[in-house]
Design a protein around this ligand. Structure first.
Ligand code: B12
Length: 229
């Protein structure tokens, strides 16, 4: 017997989630946002819904790469993702009013204006007692250094989504490592164009494949730092 036949309710939900991914990839904004609201009202796990939007974005990117979509589609996809994150944010956790988890400065590297992944990571950090100083997008290596000196963070987060910005990312990591007083705060990097191999090339201390993983890595890094002090 198939899983769907054994548990028809779970099967129906899976079908709806698959349809939702399709609506996102087709850039059907009204349909996918209305379905998101209905699924949230029905109590579906918000992280499952976020995964659907990430998969939808991946498919949009794939169609852009293969020439089926143009830049306008990326702009529409960004708008859909921003609206979805606005709807999902209250369900993913409450922003903590106090710090206590440590201070992190974060920004998207020079040449890159993608900010939705960085914002999601910042939101998760804020919900877990981190004080987040967001430097925005298109941040130069020199600005990362100046802001790190000004704010004295426990960690530095850099988002890099575009492959063409990797040289600036490497430059920022090297500048922070060489110019900050020792022990320098660890640098964590993330973004779609990065993987472990790229993180080694760039020379960053830490790398995360997604925001949830990044949060865990930051919490562990702070624990090690506190224990080492
Ligand atoms: C929406 C979008 C846009 C929007 C962005 C809107 C915005 N406000 O961010 C706009 C229209 C601006 C855009 C522009 C371009 N884009 Co675009 N875009 C996308 C798209 C479809 C979705 C990105 C997104 O928001 N995803 C959702 C977020 C939540 O996911 P995320 O960014 O991956 O973040 C997650 C993780 O990576 C991680 N993370 C991210 N940052 C960090 C940082 C840290 C420290 C940590 C720990 C974790 C972390 O956490 C997040 C959640 O898990 C992607 C396709 C894709 N596969 O992602 C292409 C994509 C990223 N874009 C691409 C391209 C090529 C461009 C353009 C160059 C197109 C052009 N010809 O002009 C321009 C570049 C503009 C610029 N200078 O930056 C390529 C990049 C290819 C590459 N490897 O370089 C992609 C992959 C599409 C593709 N497959 O070709 N884009």
């Amino acid at each position: 017997m198939t899983e769907q036949a054994q548990n028809p309710a779970a099967g129906a939900k899976d079908l709806r989630l698959q349809r939702l991914v399709g609506q996102i990839a087709e850039l059907n904004e009204d349909a996918c946002l209305a379905e998101l609201k209905r699924l949230l009202d029905e109590g579906v796990d918000p992280t499952e819904l976020l995964t659907c939007f990430m998969e939808g974005m991946r498919r949009v990117g794939e169609m852009f790469e293969t020439g089926r979509y143009f830049i306008a589609a990326l702009i529409m996809a960004g708008e859909i993702m921003r609206a979805a994150m606005e709807a999902l944010s209250p369900h993913l956790g409450q922003r903590a009013t106090t710090g206590g988890g440590g201070k992190i400065i974060i920004g998207t590297i020079q040449g890159d204006i993608h900010d939705l992944g960085k914002n999601l990571f910042s939101l998760l950090l804020s919900c877990h007692q981190f004080e987040v100083v967001d430097l925005g997008v298109d941040v130069s290596p020199q600005t990362f250094l100046e802001k790190a000196i000004e704010h004295k963070p426990d960690l530095i987060g850099i988002s890099c989504v575009l492959t063409t910005s990797v040289p600036s990312l490497k430059e920022a990591v090297e500048l922070l490592r060489d110019q900050l007083p020792k022990p320098a705060p660890p640098v964590i990097i993330g973004g779609t164009c990065l993987d472990e191999r790229m993180a080694r090339f760039v020379g960053s201390d830490l790398w995360a494949s997604d925001a949830a993983n990044g949060l865990k890595i930051c919490q562990n890094a702070l624990k090690w730092r506190t224990e080492a002090d």
